[in-house]
Design a protein around this ligand. Structure first.
Ligand SMILES: Nc1nc2c(ncn2[C@@H]2O[C@H](COP(=O)(O)OP(=O)(O)OP(=O)(O)O)[C@@H](O)[C@H]2O)c(=O)[nH]1
Length: 308
């Protein structure tokens, strides 16, 4: 659970006290800000609460479980533009999935601002934090509960409760990369009708010499499985901020396009002439024919977490 001193693969040793002393990498997010985590460790009540529609929204609205907003560090463009106090009150639930030892907890803890040590042990598996992205505040609840506590958390529950999913593999472990594809398939089955954002994360990019999965393989996988892609190093805190900001952007983009579609459909239903209907039909045929082009465009954009 702690950041190792390098050289360990995805299945690397997990969380001894000595390793904690050897935590590597700088902490460019600055000193850990005051945390406002929800009740931890996670227990059955937390999961039930998460599965109850609106429960987390209520929490965000000030039932005492959510603390003050945390900004990104000084040098972050977004924290500088953090004038936005017109915040969205909803809390986005983000699930971390992936094979054991790939660095899910390490990423979650960086997000939560939890330092290694006794605090990390006590922190449990959920982290909530408000961040300012593109001048607008967003509250995220990050769940690091996948196959935790002896598999007590049923995969079905995990797959049902997220507003976004971060599927992590280790670039030093091909097996974890294959597992990530499996998880993507499972997720697609579980959320067939939902357009939930999924971000494929190749973690441990600092372990250059023991790399087993190339950037191109990661990107190709993301294109095939229709998700976004980023490589991170929890050890170096590299791209972790970009990852969680990207999660927020992906959620917002879908929310906005859903709203725009609903508005368009409402307007279209009222006014659509026969001619327009025909045009729409032809448009669909053209779209089908240009799948190849779309595939190419996607492979260009899958690493850009600020576009759909
Ligand atoms: N070098 C390096 N080590 C990392 C990185 N991220 C995590 N680790 C190490 O990998 C090991 C596993 O990390 P965890 O965060 O516990 O992985 P996990 O996916 O939460 O594992 P489970 O709790 O078993 O599911 C620990 O020794 C971490 O220190 C990274 O980016 N680079």
């Amino acid at each position: 659970m702690t950041l190792n001193g390098g050289g360990s693969g995805a299945g690397g040793s997990r969380g001894g006290g000595q390793e904690r002393e050897r935590r590597r990498g700088s902490t460019p997010w600055g000193p850990a800000p005051p945390l406002h985590r929800r009740s931890m460790p996670v227990d059955e009540r937390d999961l039930q609460a998460a599965l109850t529609p609106g429960a987390l929204t209520a929490a965000a609205a000030g039932t005492g479980t959510q603390g003050p907003r945390l900004d990104w560090p000084e040098d972050s463009e977004d924290s500088l533009s953090s004038g936005g106090s017109d915040s969205d009150e909803s809390v986005y639930k983000v699930l971390l999935l992936g094979a054991p030892g790939v660095g899910k907890s390490a990423l979650a803890r960086i997000f939560g601002g939890v330092e290694d040590g006794p605090e990390a042990e006590a922190a449990g598996h959920t982290y909530d934090r408000s961040i300012v992205v593109d001048g607008e505040e967003a509250s995220l609840m990050v769940y690091d509960i996948w196959e935790q506590d002896g598999g007590r958390w049923l995969p079905g529950h995990c797959m049902a409760m997220g507003d976004a999913y971060v599927i992590v593999y280790s670039v030093t472990d091909k097996g974890s990369f294959e597992k990530a594809s499996e998880l993507r398939v499972q997720l697609r089955r579980a959320r067939q009708t939902d357009d939930v954002p999924i971000i494929l994360v190749g973690n441990k990019s600092d372990l250059v010499r023991s790399r087993e999965v190339s950037v191109d393989e990661g990107r190709a996988c993301a294109v095939v499985f229709d998700c976004k892609f980023i490589e991170t190093s929890a050890a170096l805190h590299h791209n972790v901020q970009a990852l969680f900001e990207g999660v927020v952007r992906q959620i917002r983009l879908r929310r906005d396009s859903k709203e725009a579609n609903a508005r368009r459909q409402a307007g279209t239903r009222r006014r659509e002439s026969l001619g327009k209907k025909a045009k729409r039909f032809l448009g669909r045929i053209v779209a089908r024919n240009s799948r190849k082009m779309a595939f190419r465009a996607k492979s260009k954009s899958c690493h850009d977490l600020s576009v759909l």
